[in-house]
Write a protein that binds this ligand. Structure first.
Ligand code: DX5
Ligand code: ZN
Length: 223
């Protein structure tokens, strides 16, 4: 079975005017998912390196940086140096994914690669030797609050099977539309790191929602 389940709330759904306080609301989570968008790789613009540096200074929650940017080969290691605990780049944007993953690890962070819904996993299976996690997008990257794409679950399963064949501990993350309704299906397909933006920050009681998602995930892992 997958490693212990982890919850990574996405601060894309948080109040950007109060990010320090918003990070405090998710202190019971395992990670804080930080969506970096450059308005080129995706049609949206969020935040970059100076903000990640500032966030890393004010929180104990490790930062899970999801780079939706062009030229991650050039920028990814900088996010690790800025204090991120995990840095994920998109294979669709990387010219040299092996070198990029190695640079992230050399800078002291966990390395991961992400695949968009239209990108198959199989051509990237060999990359498992270089990373600590694979992110399977369950929406088109760019915006929070979209509907979960069930048709991505077979890909989650394929990644989990490939990871199992390889041995070693590589996490499988899902991102997009993860909620109390969909988290069980993600875990059953083999995901063990669950990103949730609107499902977490849309709740009145954020820590309670994190607990609820964790409990639901565990239930599906056991049964
Ligand atoms: C989408 C981002 C996601 C987003 C998820 O491009 O990568 O991390 O914040 O938001 P929800 O959980 O609302 O779909
Ligand atoms: Zn994300």
């Amino acid at each position: 079975m997958p490693a212990p389940l982890q919850i990574s709330p996405s601060i894309l759904a948080a109040d950007f005017a109060n990010l320090e306080a918003e990070l405090r609301r998710i202190e019971t989570a395992d990670w804080a998912h930080v969506d970096v968008m450059d308005n080129h790789f995706v049609p949206n613009l969020t935040l970059g390196l100076p903000v990640v540096e500032a966030l890393a200074r004010v929180t104990r929650v490790p930062l899970d940086c999801h780079l939706m940017i062009e030229a991650p080969d050039r920028w990814a290691a900088g996010y690790a140096e800025a204090g991120a605990g995990s840095v994920t780049f998109h294979v669709e944007a990387a010219a040299d994914p092996v070198a990029t993953a190695r640079a992230i690890r050399a800078a002291g962070a966990r390395a991961a690669f992400a695949v968009k819904p239209g990108t198959p996993f199989a051509p990237y299976e060999e990359l498992l030797d270089e990373v600590d996690m694979v992110l399977v997008m369950t929406v088109e990257p760019g915006f929070g609050g979209q509907s979960f794409m069930d048709d991505q679950l077979p890909k989650v399963q394929a990644v989990r099977e490939a990871v199992g064949r390889r041995g070693g501990e590589i996490w499988v993350q899902v991102d997009g539309g993860v909620s109390a309704d969909t988290i069980g299906r993600c875990v059953e397909a083999g995901a063990d790191v669950l990103v949730a933006g609107s499902a977490v920050y849309g709740a009145d009681d954020v820590p309670a929602r994190i607990g609820e998602l964790r409990a639901l995930a565990r239930r599906h892992a056991c049964g």
